[in-house]
Design a protein around this ligand. Structure first.
Ligand code: S3P
Ligand code: PEP
Length: 431
């Protein structure tokens, strides 16, 4: 399915933020790893969170869900002996479960998105699992991947953090369940470091003890622990909401998004500060972000690693800013659903934006007068490319047609409904 985005000068109204993807995947996993009954209120529904639901069910968890909550009977440290798991296109779900399946005799993760997740690297995690005695078969660090676990006991693990924080999160989820204590040493840089704060928060809520250094570069994990069943409530999602906030920032708007916690550990909450730095009129009080856009934005410089999943939306806003913006320290955007630097900038250029790339930077020469539009956009299987190009389309002179826009459902299936509710001219069309 494609979406046609037409120029839309004004957006007005109020929406509730979607539920956080990162917290939902973590709570589902923590509930599955606990013996007993856990409850998760307001879990996200999207392809990625559904992938975690499907996989923990395959591994032996029992799930019962109604409109507002999911009740889970976990399998504790004894997942069922399954042969195959399908994580769809969900990177975090794959990496977390590659860790957990160190507890299983033999599981193959199949390759259902060869042009997206199928191209992403997992070498650093494979290497770390090898240090735990797990035999991993793979196609040059890519899917399909077979994990032959069952013998992991714990020990000293060194893992590189220079490509993704998800490898470290995977080790943090599984090592407490191993018989012996572990130490984890992070080598090189740790990208998306703030996300580790979310992992540690969830582990603590599940009663797991981890001793972390202040810089998150080394960890001591007592073995033989048990996840406790408990009740979780999922907060609103900043990465998805960032795109809606960027849309409000580039239009004449009066838009409120509810349920966005000020004290959240989500790094992407920086969208609020970034838009403020761009001089977009907004307030953030009582978990409500209120944007009263006047269409005028100022260029900024920003370290994007602190807010990795909101950078594309920030760049889309910068396309219409006065001056040149620079988003630096963003190399690991190249290892996501697509190459979010080269592929994304190619699509932005097609739409008429003036952008440049460096290996770890995105540079945007703003065009406050608007861009031409009138072209077809390739989604590259990437929900965040789809959301960001939609923001650009709202302020293009001619409509944008975003091909295969249904991939937005990876994280935010109701994105276009939310924009329509705010008055955006977006319309689904069959190919
Ligand atoms: O742990 C997680 O849930 C995630 C970590 C981040 O990935 P990287 O650590 O690879 O940057 C983020 O981009 C992804 O959407 C979700
Ligand atoms: C990169 C993302 O997800 P994942 O790595 O889990 O596929 C994302 O949600 O933008």
């Amino acid at each position: 399915m494609d979406v046609i985005v037409k120029p839309t000068p004004t957006l007005n109204g109020e929406i509730g933020a979607l539920s956080s993807k990162n917290y939902t995947t973590r709570y589902l996993l923590a509930a599955a790893l606990a013996e007993g009954t856990s409850t998760i209120h307001f879990p996200a529904h999207s392809e990625d969170s559904d992938a975690m639901r499907r996989c923990i069910r395959d591994l032996g968890a029992v799930l019962e869900e109604d409109d507002s909550k999911i009740v889970i009977q976990g399998f504790g440290s004894h997942p069922r002996d399954v042969r195959e798991l399908n994580v769809g296109n969900a990177g975090a779900v794959l990496r977390f479960l590659m860790g957990v399946t160190a507890l299983c005799p033999e599981v193959t993760f199949v390759n259902t998105y060869p042009d997206s997740l199928g191209k992403r690297p997992h070498d650093d995690l494979i290497d770390a699992l090898g240090q735990l005695g797990v035999d991993v078969q793979h196609e040059q660090g890519r899917l399909p991947i077979t994990i032959k676990g069952g013998n992991a006991k714990g020990g000293h693990i060194r893992v590189s953090g220079s490509v993704s924080s998800q490898y470290l999160s995977a080790l943090l989820f599984v090592t407490p369940l191993l018989a012996e204590d572990s130490t984890i040493e992070v080598l090189n840089d740790l990208k998306s470091k703030v996300v580790i704060g979310q992992t540690l928060e969830v582990l603590e809520q599940a009663g797991i003890v981890i001793h972390a250094s202040d810089d998150y570069m080394s960890f001591r994990v007592p073995g033989g622990q048990a996840y406790q069943p408990t009740t979780y409530t999922v907060q609103g999602d900043y990465p998805g909401s960032a795109a809606v906030l960027a849309a409000a920032a580039v239009t004449q708007s009066d838009v409120k998004i509810l349920r966005l916690m000020e004290q959240s550990k989500q790094g992407e909450r920086a969208i609020v500060d970034v838009l403020r730095m761009m001089e977009v009129p907004l307030t953030h009080e009582n978990d409500v972000v209120h944007v009263q856009g006047n269409g005028r934005l100022k260029a900024i410089e920003f370290d994007g690693d602190a807010a990795t999943d909101a950078v594309l939306a920030m760049v889309a806003a910068a396309v219409f800013a006065e001056g040149t913006s620079r988003f630096y320290n963003v190399e690991n955007l190249r290892y996501k659903e697509c190459d979010r630097i080269t592929d994304y900038l190619n699509e932005l250029r097609k739409a008429g934006a003036n952008v440049e790339e460096r290996q770890a930077e995105i540079i945007v020469h703003g065009r406050p007068e608007g861009v031409e539009g009138g072209v077809e956009i390739n989604a590259h299987y990437d929900h965040r490319v789809i959301m960001a190009l939609t923001v650009v389309g709202l302020r293009s002179k001619e409509p944008l047609r975003i091909r295969d826009a249904h991939h937005v459902a990876k994280s935010y299936p109701q994105y276009f409904d939310h924009l329509q509710a705010l008055g955006a001219s977006v319309q689904w069309v069959k190919e």
